[in-house]
Every structure is written in structure tokens, then in C-alpha cells.
Design a protein around this ligand. Structure first.
Ligand code: EPZ
Length: 421
């Protein structure tokens, strides 16, 4: 198991280039299944989850070619319409092949994703939405068996569907399915995340007719076919936010290139409230701080509210900020796995249900800790950057799922981070 070893106490300075968004790349790669001609993507991040998705598409018969600059997918000869348990258990976002397979081929067999460290992560809204479009959906032996073969022209039918909960991948799956449906689909209470918008922009380049992405009502007029397109993946707002917190906590000055402040308004607001100075232009953000931050209350909610994927990072920040703060997690039922690890570093945190009460301490102490999920791991890295002494983070394969070249980028900013196995 790879470990990260971090020597704390260094103020970060310099520039770092933000990669393409993991949570935009994953649905957009799956959208490649919808295209009858080759489909070219640039700005795709080098991540474990991207590699897993490309492997899944390859097993289905999609021709994948990839170099440092671009990924080209050719789904003109897909032979398998299945995502097995082995595949889905390593990456739950594999569920995103369900909508495209059903829309283009009329059949799909996708393993139910199990739960994960942060929660049970059901996909009932994905299934109900596809049923609303006429699909026959059966759950047998842990698999979703889906079909449209009983429908006129074997095509999904446009429908109006209200999602009980805001679901990011649920919105994405249904948007991709509706793109090739017969008639118009209206998704209400849709997720407004920037990654949903990026997917819609990519689908429209492929010939889809989608309006309203980024609002809570998305209208999709089904078309006969979609063709390949060229698309550049939107920057990763969560990676950017993570480095912004690192700059604020360590008391440095960092400029993030390929970062969009308009995607991070809630995070920027909270960092300013904590005492960081933030300036930006259209594609870069600069964070400056003396490292003496004030504790800030955080409550996660769907975009444009404060993102759950930044909750662990802000909890780490609050553990060494001045004062008491509450961190309330409203999206996932078990997204406090980083708490006990932070407590091992000397943090003063008391968890009651979905609320963590954080009392800032003067300093954290380096310790051996364990990564449990992607963003919890990011929180531990941030804590290690400011802790006294050395922090060893185990099981950092979680980090490699969502942060491209993490130690390289941090060391470029002056941090002392090394990987060992
Ligand atoms: C996406 O997960 C992201 N993953 C997550 O990022 C992110 O934390 C999450 O959205 C919330 O923003 C990708 O985009 C690949 P949801 P997703 O469906 O779509 C419940 C990261 O760290 N729900 O928006 O799986 C669900 O249990 C990852 O990059 C249902 O009940 O999340 C949760 O409580 C972690 N039934 C809430 O909705 C459903 O059918 C929001 O989940 C679907 C969801």
C-alpha cells in the first residue's frame, strides 16, 4: 500500500496548474458510448478513476486511443452492454454507462454499485427515471437488467420526471438517456453542478438538444443519433478548492492556473470569512494568507451551495483555526471518516449525528493516519502540511482516484511530501 510522508510547517508559495475535473470526465467518457463516430476529448486528467472508466469502455468494445494530449473514443462497434460487479465495486461511477447503453442499444446489464465508505449511495432515482422513460428495469442477483426492446422503435420515450433528491450522476444518467429518446424529456429538481453543465455542453456538440443545464429544470429534445465531437473537460473545482485551502492553512501565497472562480463562489466566500485574501481573473485564482485563520461554520448542500466534496478540507482547516465552528454534512450519511484520523493528530472534534463541533487548537501533531475515501484523504494531507513533525498517510490509492500528480504539485509549491510503499 502506497504511503505519503509529509513534513509539516512549510508555507506554500508559487503557481500550480489545475487539472480537468474528475467528475466531468467520468460522465463525458461514458457519453462516448452514445456517439456513432469518433469522439475526441482534451484536458482529461490522469486519474485512477479515468483509467478504470477507459478500461470498462474497452471491455465493451469501444476503441480507446490516448496520448498526453487527448483521448479518442470510437464506439462504432460496441459488442458488450454490461458493467460487471468487479468493475462497479472499484468505481461506483460505472453506473454512468447505464443511460447511454440503454439509449443507444436498448439493453444494459449493470451491477448495482455497493455502498462505499461515505454512505449507502443508492441509485433508485436513476432506475425510476429510466422507468419513467418506459425502460423495463429488473434487479436480479445484484444486477440491473434494463431493456427498451418492448418499446416502439425500441426507443426510450420522452417523459417528465421529478427527482425526489438532487442527484448529480442521476441527473447525468437521465440526461444522456433522454438525448436519444423519442420525444422530449423534462428533468425537474435536477442537479446544477458545473460538471452537469459540462456534460450537457459536450452532448450538445454531439448533436443533442439540451436546454437548462445548470438550472433545476433541464429539457432534452430527443434526436435520432449522436456523433463524435471535440470537447475540452472543465477544470476541477474541487482540486482547485483543495489547493486554495492548503495555501490558506499554511500561510502562503498560491496562484492556481486553469481555475474558475465562478465555479467556487461558496468556497471563496468561506475562505474570505476565515481571513484569506483571494483575487482572481477569468482562469486563475490567487490565495494569500498569514496562516492565522478564524474558524468558519460550514453546511454542505447541492451546488451552488457549499460542496460536500470540500467538507473534509474545511474541517481540517477549522481544526487549527481560531475559535469554535460547526461542520454540517447534509448530503452523505457517513462522510466524517476523517474525524478520528484528525483526532489522532490532536484535533478537538466532537461529532453529534451529521454535525461536527470543531474547537481550533494551536497546532496539530504529525502522526500515522489512514485514508478512507478520496476527500477524507485530502483533508489528512492538508492537516499533515501544517502539523508539527512528520505525518504518514496510508492507503493513498484513495487520493490517486481524484488528485493528479498530488505530491508533485504540492512539492512544486515548496511542500515536503514524498511517496513510499
Ligand atoms: C456525485 O456523486 C460525485 N461523484 C460525488 O463526488 C459528490 O460527492 C456527489 O455527486 C455530491 O455532489 C461523481 O460525480 C462521479 P448524488 P453521486 O447522487 O452522483 C442520494 C468525489 O469525491 N441518492 O448527487 O453518487 C445519495 O445517497 C465524489 O469526487 C439517492 O438516494 O451523488 C446522496 O445522499 C464523492 N438515490 C444524495 O442523493 C439516488 O438514486 C446525493 O447523491 C441517487 C442519489
Amino acid at each position: 500500500m502506497d504511503k505519503l510522508i509529509i513534513e509539516g510547517g512549510v508555507r506554500l508559495h508559487g503557481e500550480v496548474i489545475v487539472s480537468g475535473a474528475k467528475n466531468a470526465a467520468l460522465p463525458i467518457l461514458c457519453a462516448g458510448l452514445l456517439a456513432e463516430t469518433p469522439f475526441t476529448l482534451t484536458g482529461v486528467p490522469e486519474l485512477r478513476d479515468v483509467a478504470s472508466t477507459l478500461k470498462l469502455l474497452d471491455t465493451m468494445g469501444v476503441k480507446v486511443s490516448k496520448d498526453a494530449e487527448q483521448v479518442v473514443l470510437d464506439a462504432s462497434d460496441v459488442a458488450s452492454f454490461e458493467a460487471t460487479y468487479d468493475m462497479v465495486k472499484t468505481m461506483r461511477a460505472s453506473i454512468l454507462v447505464l443511460g447511454p447503453l440503454l439509449a443507444r442499444f436498448g439493453t444494459a446489464r449493470v451491477s448495482l454499485p455497493g455502498g462505499c465508505a461515505i454512505g449507502s449511495r443508492p441509485v433508485d432515482l436513476h432506475i425510476k427515471g429510466l422507468q419513467a422513460m418506459g425502460a423495463a428495469m429488473h434487479i436480479t442477483h445484484g444486477y440491473i437488467q434494463a431493456s427498451t426492446l418492448h418499446l416502439p422503435n425500441r426507443r426510450l420515450q420522452g417523459a417528465k420526471y421529478y427527482m425526489d433528491l438532487v442527484t448529480v450522476t442521476g441527473t447525468e444518467n437521465l440526461m444522456m438517456a433522454a438525448a436519444l429518446a423519442q420525444g422530449t424529456t423534462v428533468l425537474e429538481n435536477a442537479a446544477k453542478e458545473p460538471e452537469v453543465v459540462d456534460l450537457a455542453e459536450c452532448l450538445n456538440k454531439m448533436g443533442a438538444k439540451i436546454k437548462g443545464a445548470g438550472t433545476d429544470t433541464i429539457t432534452i429534445e430527443g434526436v435520432e443519433r449522436l456523433t463524435g465531437a471535440q470537447h475540452h473537460i472543465v477544470c476541477d473545482r474541487i482540486e482547485a478548492g483543495t489547493y486554495m485551502v492548503a495555501a490558506a492553512m499554511t500561510g502562503g501565497e498560491v496562484t492556481l492556473k486553469n481555475a474558475r472562480a465562478d465555479l467556487l463562489e461558496a468556497v471563496i466566500e468561506k475562505l474570505r470569512e476565515a481571513g484569506a485574501t483571494i483575487s482572481h481573473d477569468s482562469n486563475s485564482i490567487t490565495v494569500k494568507s498569514d496562516g492565522k485563520l478564524k474558524a468558519v461554520n460550514v453546511r454542505t448542500a447541492p451546488h451552488p451551495a457549499f460542496p460536500t466534496d470540500m467538507q473534509a478540507q474545511f474541517m481540517a482547516m477549522n481544526t487549527v483555526a481560531e475559535g469554535v465552528s460547526t461542520v454540517i454534512e447534509t448530503i452523505f450519511e457517513n462522510r466524517f471518516m476523517h474525524v478520528q484520523e484528525l483526532q489522532r493528530m490532536g484535533a478537538n472534534i466532537d461529532v453529534q449525528g451529521n454535525t461536527a463541533l470543531v474547537q481550533g487548537v494551536s497546532a496539530l501533531e504529525g502522526a500515522s493516519v489512514m485514508a478512507t475515501d478520496l476527500r477524507a484523504s485530502a483533508g489528512l494531507v492538508l492537516a499533515g502540511l501544517v502539523a508539527e513533525g512528520e505525518t504518514v498517510i496510508d492507503r493513498i490509492y484513495h487520493l490517486d482516484r481524484g488528485y493528479e500528480k498530488l505530491e508533485e504539485k504540492l512539492n512544486q509549491l515548496g511542500a515536503k511530501v514524498r511517496r513510499s510503499n
